[in-house]
Ligand binder design. Structure first.
Ligand code: ARG
Length: 590
């Protein structure tokens, strides 16, 4: 289904053409004065220059033609040369009936669907998840859903960090604490136990302890490095411990992601890319892409147009060790081989911007990536506390992701219990859903690249631009529809949405028509916040309409009653679709 602005543009373009002007001047946009009109065309101002005429004369000529068209209730030419456009109520209602009957409310999809890998989440085994990982997961999940909705094939990959020095640190610390474990006996040749020699909470406590200890103890640091090296080169005992760490971590990660309503098609790991490294290094050397610099193997990636210094991309350190870089390049090779995607999108903290720029340049220059495959980095801003500084726990530590979810959920629970309309068990379940909406909406309603302030009170408020407010609207519509059902009446299938009978009804209807525009915009700009803005306005317009309109009444004839029910059903459907694209769900009541 065509977007409503495009339909109107067609008419206005035709009008320009019929008066001998170039069609392009008939370009229509949403009105920036909604108090005066619904849409506007500013083309007469530009045409005036090209045709050396007064803009208002051209605007008036076009207005005179459009006035004849039944689609429009009001067309006015306004000095110096604007054309203000307001749709007829009949056309507006007709458009909504079209939307209502089409799949996905008539949103036009991507004409050239792509195969896209989204690399998001990026948790590290044996290290606790933190807020940055939450942002990556929340943003990535939403973008994945938006891309998929638009008709693309999208594969989400969690890209687990299981290959870094953190593994060696944890093993070294474990060795210090429990030196008698069979894993540390280099002469042992038997099977290792199925059960891990540590619990999850132990594992979570070990990493920070080991990391702190290594800072003051160089010997320990060396030991950890050695262990990392041995583990990466197949030491049996260390490999077995590494496997245990994976199992324990992944089970927990899956649980947390489930709580976040985030899911991955792929659970690939950094270690999966390691087998690709030897051939890749050989290829880079043999084709003259890599050179030795201070003993290290590097690829130069700077370009003439650079305004800042872009360091070479290091492939191997002077001791032959691989780096985060090496793994990411090998992962590109792996992804090309396994999936041959049209695009790979990476979502991390924007501080990794330069890092990815280097990787992308290196992959392009050395043709590790297919020429037609796009590589795209999306960097997000920091979530700050009310003091404007990165969010920390009270004792100054990095806030663990799960505490954050609990904090928001508990606050919602408290708010629900204040009203005491449900028992504790139900309230807990509802709070989990509403809390997640609060958290995700609080995040996604900001432009991705911007820092934002985490404010539990504001995020969990049932009023204003918040997740709970959107859910509240959905729940309210649901209860009206249930009440309608209870009256025993039904909507006769032949009936339609009728012309608006009030300003608030018309405003609501107009807002609905902007659905496709919003989703396409969010897709093209990779901007979920546009969806948030749209549903916030939609909820607000619904609220104004609802406050002055009785939705169910015996005084209505069958047609009017059906029209109102169809209208709010459409609002509900659109809201549900949008929150699904943002990655949260609505409770039955709240
Ligand atoms: N594990 C990394 C971190 O915690 C993020 C991984 C991002 N993805 C990638 N392909 N490098 O910072």
């Amino acid at each position: 289904m065509k977007k409503i602005v495009d339909l109107i543009s067609e008419d206005v373009k035709q009008a320009f053409a019929s008066k001998g002007y170039e069609e392009k001047y008939g370009f229509v946009t949403l009105s920036n004065r909604p108090d005066l009109c619904q849409f506007q065309c500013n083309g007469a101002l530009q045409a005036a220059k090209a045709y050396k005429k007064a803009p208002i004369i051209i605007a008036q000529e076009i207005a005179d033609i459009l006035k004849e068209n039944a689609r429009y209730k009001e067309i006015t030419a306004i000095a110096p040369g604007f054309i203000n456009i307001t749709l007829s109520d009949e056309f507006l209602a007709g458009y909504l009936n079209g939307m209502r009957k089409e799949k996905d409310f008539g949103c036009e999809k991507e004409p050239n669907p792509m195969k896209i890998i989204i690399d998001y989440g990026g948790p590290n085994i044996a290290k606790p998840l933190h807020v940055g990982h939450m942002r990556s997961a929340v943003i990535g999940e939403s973008l994945k859903r938006i891309f998929r909705f638009m008709g693309n094939e999208v594969i989400g990959d969690v890209h687990l960090g299981d290959w870094g020095t953190q593994m060696g640190l944890v093993i070294a610390e474990l060795k210090r604490r429990k030196p008698d474990l069979v894993y540390f006996d280099d002469n042992y040749t038997g099977e290792y136990p199925d059960e891990a020699p540590f619990t999850l909470s132990e594992l979570e406590e070990i990493y920070p302890a080991a990391s702190a200890y290594s800072k003051e103890n160089p010997e320990f640091r060396e030991e950890a490095k050695k262990i990392t090296y041995l583990m990466q080169n197949g030491h049996r005992g260390y490999m077995a411990l590494w496997k245990h760490m994976q199992d324990v971590s992944v089970t927990d990660l899956k649980r947390i992601y489930e709580r976040l309503n985030v899911s991955f098609e792929l659970w690939k790991k950094e270690s999966d890319a390691q087998p690709y490294i030897p051939d890749m290094v050989k290829y880079l050397k043999e084709n003259g892409y890599a050179r030795i610099s201070d003993g290290a193997l590097v690829v130069d990636v700077k370009e003439e147009t650079d305004t800042k210094e872009i360091p070479p991309c290091m492939i191997l350190k002077s001791d032959g060790a691989t780096l985060y870089n090496t793994t990411d390049l090998a992962t590109i090779v792996e992804r090309m081989e396994l999936f041959n995607p049209d695009q790979i999108i990476y979502i991390t903290d924007k501080r990794q911007d330069l890092y990815f720029e280097t990787i992308f340049r290196c992959a392009r220059k050395t043709k590790l990536v297919n020429e037609n495959t796009k590589l795209k980095f999306i960097g997000f801003g920091t979530m700050n506390g009310k003091d404007g500084k990165p969010f920390k726990t009270r004792d100054g530590g990095v806030l663990r992701l799960e505490y954050l979810i609990d904090m928001v959920t508990d606050e919602v629970y408290r708010k629900i219990m204040e009203n005491r309309t449900m028992d504790e068990e139900e309230a807990r379940k509802v709070a989990e859903k509403v809390g997640l909406a609060a958290l995700k909406y609080g995040d996604l309603s900001n432009q991705i690249s911007k820092d934002y302030i985490f404010d539990v009170d504001r995020f969990t408020s049932f009023e204003g631009n918040t997740g709970p407010y959107i859910l509240y609207t959905i729940v309210r519509i649901k209860s009206i529809l249930e009440k309608f059902k209870e009256t025993g009446k039904t909507v006769n299938p032949g009936l339609e949405i009728l012309e608006a009978q009030s300003d608030t009804e018309r405003d609501l209807m107009l807002q609905i028509t902007k659905f496709s525009d919003t989703i396409q915009g969010a897709y093209e700009e990779m901007a979920p916040h546009r969806i948030c803005q749209y549903i916030y306005e939609l909820s607000d317009k619904f609220s104004s309409f609802y406050h002055e309109t009785k939705i169910i009444s015996d005084e209505y004839d069958e047609k009017r009653q059906a029209s109102l029910i169809l209208l709010i059903t459409l609002v509900q459907g659109i809201l549900l679709t949008c929150i699904d694209l943002l990655g949260f769900t609505a409770p039955d009541r709240m």
